[in-house]
Design a protein around this ligand. Structure first.
Ligand SMILES: Cc1cc2nc3c(=O)[nH]c(=O)nc-3n(C[C@H](O)[C@H](O)[C@H](O)COP(=O)(O)O)c2cc1C
Length: 160
């Protein structure tokens, strides 16, 4: 699979393991959606209504800043976007990432790790951030999913 990118956000390393294995399985390039201000363990406390993640996720129009230069995504036809499920959807930094790029005509395939939730309304929340792209709903994987399973799934998604 050429001209394919795996972009991922991972606050505590679980999604990163999955994303790296997926990229290796399909020979894709890898891009980390890195927050300008990293999330601390305290920021991620979903039991605390005042924690950074709780406050951010209550306002779906908030866009946490992404660190580093904006990549030229022009050469990629297909972009897998991996993230943890936060409050049943993608963390809004994934919206920030999508909005930084012109993704018209590209295939965007989402996948996630979670504590048990499925994809829920994930793509519904992401769709307005990538107008003109073909946004496809992937699925939640366990972080230790093997390369063969990921390759078969990814090839199926790209051809579908
Ligand atoms: C703020 C926050 C909200 C979360 N909300 C959910 C949720 O709604 N459903 C769920 O199954 N897991 C939820 N989780 C658990 C994460 O999705 C899960 O631990 C994920 O694998 C973490 O990935 P990471 O290590 O790449 O950040 C949440 C975690 C955090 C920090």
């Amino acid at each position: 699979m050429s001209r394919t990118l795996v972009a991922y956000f991972s606050a505590s390393g679980t999604t990163e393991r999955l994303a790296k294995r997926l990229a290796a399985a399909i020979g894709a390039d890898l891009y980390e959606i890195e927050p300008e201000i990293p999330y601390t363990a305290k920021d991620l406390d979903w039991m605390d209504k005042k924690s950074r993640s709780s406050v951010e996720m209550r306002d779906k129009s908030f866009r946490p800043a992404v660190a580093g230069d904006v990549w030229d995504m022009g050469e990629y036809d297909t972009i897998f976007v991996a993230f943890p499920i936060w409050w049943y959807v993608a963390p809004t930094i994934v919206n920030t990432f999508l909005e930084q790029h012109d993704l018209r005509g590209k295939k965007i395939i989402t996948l996630a790790t979670s504590g048990g939730s499925g994809m829920g309304n994930t793509n519904k929340e992401l769709a307005p951030s990538c107008p003109g792209a073909e946004l496809k709903e992937g699925k939640v994987f366990s972080a230790d999913t093997g390369e063969d399973v990921l390759r078969r799934w990814a090839e199926g998604m790209v051809l579908a």
